[in-house]
Ligand binder design. Sequence first.
Ligand code: HMG
Ligand code: MG
Length: 284
Amino acid sequence: MTERVEIFEVGPRDGLQNEARDIPAAQKIALVDLLSGAGFSRIEVASFVSPKWVPQMASSAEVLAGITRAPGVRYAALTPNMRGLQDALAAKADEVAIFGSASEGFSRANINATIAESLERFAPVAEAARAVGVPVRGYVSCVTDCPYDGPTPPENVARVVGALHAMGCYEISLGDTIGQGTPERVAAMLAAVLEVVPAVQLAGHFHDTAGLALENIEVSLAHGLRVFDAAVGGLGGCPYAPGAAGNVATEKVHDRLMALGYATGLDRDVLRDAADMARAMRAG
Ligand code: HMG
Ligand code: MG
């Protein structure tokens, strides 16, 4: 049987959070509703962060309230602190994510905390979510490079991954936030991380700034990873990572996985339509 690789669609969150234009909630809802028919199991649609920090995500509750939830799809939200978790639970997010960094510079710029402070902040969030049966995902940013601190030592990534795993994150997504990782350095990072957490609990999250995301996905596949985050139309970037390009495009990842002989369970026509819609939203 053909082996399945899952694409976790993050376009409505990671793709849109960086857009300067204020995208109306109705357009975001239309994109999510279209994506809901593509065959994804998980779609990240919201982020309960400070609207002063990321104004584009201020409509997250409206988006979660307005979408038509498809059976079998989990709609996910970022939750940096208890306030974010409370808002995400009130909006009925099916799963939440805490997001840390393997580098101090990005941690401060992105969430205004040292790595140690952020882990202290995340522990009660993870505990409270799990207490009400909501799965918690973890993100670690800057797994190969940081826009402020330069290259990230693999052991620093492993340490933060281990901490999020110990908090009960069911899966930890490894973010090449600025898309500068080379296959060799991704391999070295994965070797360190796999000492701490098995491949079935890891995901790859590659931004495509240097055009190496697909190669990095192939290296990750060789290390046993079977979940990859991507955004339709290659939308995105991170507001606190200068120069970061979009996530690798979902349709590109899909096509590469198919060429490699994997199944994704996704409908290519819906992906094309969603990529067109996402690009039109960006154009305004
Ligand atoms: P802070 O300023 O240190 O926190 O921000 P604070 O507790 O002092 O609060 C400051 C203000 O924010 C207060 O409002 C709070 O009420 C409000 P004020 O009194 O000034 O009017 N506030 C909130 N409002 C709404 N929802 C909340 C919330 N919390 C506080 N949850 C904080 C700390 C973490 C909140 C802030 O730094 C923040 O929101 N950062 C978000 C950064 C972000 O969203 N970045 C993008 C996502 S991460 C990413 O893209 C990377 C990823 O894709 C992986 C990869 O590519 O590497 C995941
Ligand atoms: Mg990202």
